[in-house]
Write a protein that binds this ligand. Structure first.
Ligand SMILES: Cc1cc2nc3c(=O)[nH]c(=O)nc-3n(C[C@H](O)[C@H](O)[C@H](O)COP(=O)(O)OP(=O)(O)OC[C@H]3O[C@@H](n4cnc5c(N)ncnc54)[C@H](O)[C@@H]3O)c2cc1C
Length: 266
């Protein structure tokens, strides 16, 4: 268990990734791995978890979609402003050998892009399926092309404004029918994760998903991110869990808990 006070970090720069999605780079010597998250604190507002999307010497990045009070405030911050940061927390992905498929929905590609970086360093074969509602919401297209080559990137959009029209799971099913896949990784909306884990599980392909739930402490003390019915703490035993565990999480794709602990349908 790792309890600590937030360190105050200055924003180095802010980059526009897509419509309503920005990456905030912070001066930080924190060593974070793919799949891990940090707790960001904005005094008098809240403290919330964010996946680390970039990590290099002296700098970390988080990619934020403006959807509510906290993320909107964060998105408006500028270079030089300060944020409280603690972490990193959580279990990273486990990079396998062989033919890997990574599937990112929306800003869910944040943690997977760092995994793709490790795969590229180790010369592991990766195909990436990048999905979004529309072209203007796609993140990291150039970053992923640079890492794994354009021919290994499949883009899907709900409205057909970029890549192929449809869902990331349509592209995944076709890939499974066409070639041997050794491991699947996915991060994105809950319903997408449920569908990917079910498809992989049925096809007998191992995989990992990174699952989001409201987190309060981030290091396993409060129990707010325990999932039904198995009760694992996503901040410690997750957020990355394997397909076998994901299939036991009955709330995946169905409901989550609000800050008050009340259940809300997804
Ligand atoms: C491990 C982990 C990693 C995370 N990583 C990231 C990350 O990399 N980038 C990021 O932007 N967020 C990430 N989140 C989510 C983040 O912690 C906040 O929950 C999110 O920013 C919304 O907070 P808010 O207070 O702005 O909005 P809230 O008040 O919590 O939500 C406002 C409204 O938006 C809806 N909403 C919440 N989240 C989403 C969403 N993702 N898409 C669509 N609607 C949504 C809510 O249901 C609500 O109706 C992560 C969460 C976890 C647990």
């Amino acid at each position: 268990m790792k309890m600590e006070r937030p360190q105050i970090a200055a924003i180095k720069r802010v980059e526009e990734e897509a419509d309503g999605i920005k990456t905030i780079f912070l001066n930080s010597s924190m060593k974070a791995r793919h799949g891990q998250f940090i707790m960001l604190w904005l005094p008098r507002i809240d403290e919330k978890p964010f996946a680390v999307s970039y990590a290099s010497k002296g700098e970390i990045g988080i990619t934020v979609a403006a959807v509510g009070p906290f993320s909107e405030k964060l998105s408006l911050m500028r270079a030089g402003e300060k944020i409280g940061v603690r972490g990193p927390y959580g279990r990273p992905y486990t990079l396998a050998k062989g033919n890997l498929v990574m599937i990112g929905g929306g800003y869910g590609s944040a943690s997977l892009a760092m995994l793709a970086e490790e795969a590229a360093r180790k010369m592991t074969r990766v195909k990436f399926i990048l999905g979004a509602r529309s072209k203007s919401r796609l993140v990291y297209v150039e970053r992923i092309k640079r890492l794994i080559g354009e021919e290994n990137l499949t883009i899907t959009t709900d409205d057909g404004s970029a890549g192929r029209k449809g869902l990331v799971t349509d592209a995944l099913k076709e890939m499974i029918a066409r070639e041997k896949i050794d491991k699947i990784y996915a991060c994105g909306p809950d319903k997408m994760l449920k569908a990917v884990a079910s498809i992989g599980h049925e096809a007998g392909i191992p995989g990992e998903i990174s699952m989001e739930r409201y987190m309060k402490c981030g290091f396993g003390l409060c129990g707010h991110c325990c999932v039904d019915p198995i009760g694992i703490r996503l901040c410690v035993e997750g957020p990355v869990i394997d397909f076998g565990t994901a299939m036991q999480v009955k709330e995946l794709g169905l409901y989550h808990r609000l800050k008050s602990s009340r259940k809300e349908a997804i």
